[in-house]
Ligand binder design. Structure first.
Ligand code: BGC
Length: 755
């Protein structure tokens, strides 16, 4: 045995010796460089600027950027794109500044770069880690070919409140799934070597708890128990750190009364001491300056607080640049604090290979071959088909036949606004509208009658607020559009209505207090349903919407999210059965906004709701059930899967042992198809109350029609652990319930005892 392990041990030892040698080389290089640096030059490295070329999300953009680079006052730039521009800026740094220290170049590369991939919440619905990793790899290949080396992604904020517009940027409500996705993304961006000219440094954001903003209002206060932080909100950030993420972005919100950007407990105790993070921390856009508004003091005070908390780089606000020297002279910060931050920035540049070759990401030939290449297009289509979630399909109305007449209606049916939020590098002109996708799929075999049917919204205030980055709403006469759509429907065999939100109705600073479909589109669906023609609804959205009525009206409901460039082709692939949908929700769809926040892994309360109608003195509502409209993990297929009972290898688990839980899944329908087999655990009696269910495993499998397969999960003590009041992860003996099934509410149960 030892003889067999020996070669592996040798490889591991060689790797660790190589890593140590690399580290000591880096340490020596950085120490040597820092000896030559003045205080001003060190502070300069902590300064991240933008010339406003990207999307300025705060009130400030920087001025005199070129002069500042020459004076050694800039550590990095973001928001500029393109090899030539980036090369020019880098030249200024490495020829014009005294110590010739290269800059790093960042951008919000959130779901693809020039080729826009589906929004992250959509990609999460694929539950396919290989594909998700590929999405980040695809973005890296394009962005590094365009001069960039630093991605402000992945966004791993757990989100349980669909009012918050930024739910579109993350992977939903679950910490286990969120952690796997965080890891896959970091791996996809960074690969095994940051100095490789095709990899980007990841920047995990927004640390921390940004997704728990009160009332779903962006930038708002968060407040929660530490147990909840550790159990439900921290895991994806921690997973990203464990995956080796090179950098982290602080969040705008406060935690325990102290904004994250000044929160030493968060930035140093948890991040560095508990999790062992060795990369650097950048603030979010002007989040140091915003602490003045939070009420923590003037710019000098808040800048010192941020540095002392463990922040290394100041995005845009120039608080570090303008006040740290004074704070050092006045004894408000220490030289060591400045040195530590500077060292981390230089280390990042070293790891990116910029000291060897500051222009390694500026290769015009790569730009020509990589950007918008056919293989990128293929990846975005692959991701888009896997991201769609079939919410409802009565009488197997889908897939559609390629014959007859289709009335294609709805404000999203023939527009290119399908890239979704935060597609700053995206090219809207490249988006394939659903109408084009359908035509590509069916050619002339189907007669398509198109009618827009409704405005995205008739409300001028909403239209104004949701069109900051360009015109997305076309306001036509509501009545005339509705009549045209009804006429189209009357002439057709089937209606395909494409409705939803415009891309700017989710994303940053796009919170909604009303998460229904805009009234114009609700009216359209009512009118279409009255025609009596079968109604297929395709829903384009960046957040879960409250669509109880619409889901009653629809015979089939396909959630397409914002699918990126290839949305039209991908939706057609699913509608006509070229691809059998397999997406599963990673965020609960509520019945109404009053149920929010709503998530599957809730606690029980001492007065749980009984079965049946509302009961007095129970934890329920007078006017709506506690159940959501569509649960976490839900998603149908054109085929059906049946599950056997759960078989356990034993009904007892001894300490340190494993219990194997198995089910046989059978494809009992008429199509080959993929299924996400989900494993949940419940600990019914514990010293800290536990959620009714917690996802601890899943497998995405492909079954041919008629095929059966046994699917097994090994359950260890790891899956049974929880955080206690001392924030220690522990496991307690006793009974555990295991659920395996097709969603969080449709699963077979078995139980065992941990001794
Ligand atoms: C957002 C970040 C983003 C940054 C830079 C901020 O407003 O919160 O997610 O990375 O702007 O564009």
């Amino acid at each position: 045995m030892l003889r067999r392990l020996l070669p592996l041990m040798l490889v591991l030892m060689t790797c660790s010796v190589t890593a140590q040698t690399q580290n000591s080389k880096m340490n020596a290089f950085v120490a040597d460089l820092m000896k030559k640096m003045t205080l001003d030059e060190k502070i300069g490295q902590l300064n991240l600027l933008t010339d406003g070329g990207g999307v300025p999300t705060g009130s400030v953009v920087n001025t005199n950027v070129e002069a500042k680079i020459k004076e050694g006052k800039v550590g990095g730039l973001f928001g500029i794109t393109g090899v030539e521009k980036i090369r020019r800026a880098q030249e200024i740094a490495v020829t014009g500044s005294r110590l010739k220290i290269p800059l790093i170049f960042g951008l919000d590369i959130i779901h693809g770069y020039r080729t826009t991939l589906p929004i992250p919440l959509a990609m999460a619905s694929s539950w396919d880690m290989k594909l998700i990793e590929k999405s980040a790899r695809t973005a890296s290949l394009e962005a590094t070919a365009d001069g960039l080396n630093w991605a402000y992604s992945p966004m791993v904020d757990i989100a349980r409140d669909p009012r918050w517009g930024r739910v579109a940027e993350g992977s939903g409500e679950d910490p286990y799934l969120g952690s796997l996705i965080a890891k896959a993304m970091v791996k996809g961006y960074q690969g095994n070597d940051l100095a490789d000219k095709t990899t980007l440094m990841a920047c995990v954001k927004h640390y921390a708890l940004y997704g728990a903003a009160e009332a779903g209002r962006d930038y708002n206060t968060t407040d929660m128990s530490r147990i909840r932080m550790y159990e439900s909100y921290f895991p994806p950030y921690k997973a990203a750190v464990e995956a080796g993420a090179g950098s982290i972005m602080s969040s705008f919100n406060e935690i325990d009364g102290i904004p994250a950007t000044a929160n030493k407990w968060l930035m140093t105790d948890v991040l560095r001491k508990q999790w062992g993070f060795t990369g650097f921390v950048v603030t979010d856009y002007t989040s140091i300056n915003e602490m003045i508004d939070h009420g923590l003091g003037d710019l000098q005070t808040v800048s010192a607080l941020a540095l002392k908390a463990g922040i290394d780089m100041d995005m845009v606000g120039e608080g570090f640049l303008s006040t740290l020297k004074k704070s050092l002279q006045e004894g408000k910060v220490t030289q060591k604090e400045i040195d530590d931050a500077c060292k981390r920035i230089l280390e990042a540049k070293y790891k990116l290979g910029l000291f060897d070759d500051p222009f390694r990401y500026c290769d015009l030939n790569r730009a020509k071959t990589e950007i918008n290449s056919a293989d990128k297009k293929a990846v975005t289509r692959e991701l888009a088909i896997h991201s769609q979630v079939l919410l409802k399909n009565d009488n197997n109305i889908l897939p559609l036949k390629k014959s007859g007449t289709i009335a294609l209606v709805g404000p999203m049916a023939n527009n290119k606004d399908m890239l979704g939020t935060w597609a700053v590098g995206g090219i809207p002109a490249n988006a394939v509208p659903i109408m084009d996708g359908i035509r590509n799929a069916v050619g002339s075999s189907v007669n398509i009658i198109y009618a827009k049917g409704a405005n995205i919204a008739d409300d001028p205030a909403l239209a104004r607020n949701a069109q900051v980055f360009g015109k997305k709403f076309d306001i036509g006469s509501p009545q005339a559009q509705l009549e045209e759509a009804v006429q189209a429907a009357n002439k057709a065999d089937i209606i395909v209505a494409v409705v939803g939100e415009s891309s700017e109705m989710t994303g940053e600073a796009a919170s909604r207090s009303d998460i229904t479909l805009p009234e114009s589109q609700r009216n359209l669906l009512e009118a279409l349903a009255k025609t009596g023609k079968p109604l297929v609804v395709v829903l384009m959205t960046g957040r879960p919407l409250a669509i109880v009525r619409e889901s009653e009206l629809a015979n089939a409901l396909l959630l397409s999210w914002f699918g990126g460039d290839e949305t039209g082709n991908a939706v057609a692939d699913v509608l006509f059965g070229a691809y059998n949908p397999s997406g599963k929700l990673t965020m609960t769809f509520p019945r109404n906004v009053g149920q929010v926040p709503i998530y599957y892994s809730h606690k029980k309360t001492g007065r749980p709701q009984g079965d049946g109608p509302t009961q007095k003195f129970r934890s329920n509502y007078l006017d709506v059930s506690n159940d959501p409209l569509y649960v976490f993990g839900h998603g149908l297929s054109y085929t059906s899967f049946s599950y056997s009972d759960v078989k356990l290898s034993s009904n007892k688990m001894a300490k340190g042992q494993t219990v194997k839980a198995s089910v046989t899944v059978t494809n009992s329908g008429n199509f080959d198809g993929e299924e996400v087999v989900q494993l949940y655990i419940n600990d019914p009696v514990a010293s800290v109350t536990q959620p009714v269910k917690k996802l601890v495993g899943f497998q995405k499998i492909m079954l041919k029609k008629g095929e059966s397969r046994e699917i097994s999960f090994n359950i260890t003590e790891e899956e049974l652990k929880f955080y206690n009041n001392d924030l220690k992860r522990i496991v307690e003996p006793g009974e555990f319930h295991v659920f395996i099934g097709t969603s969080s509410s449709n699963a077979k149960k078995a139980s065992f005892n941990l001794q």
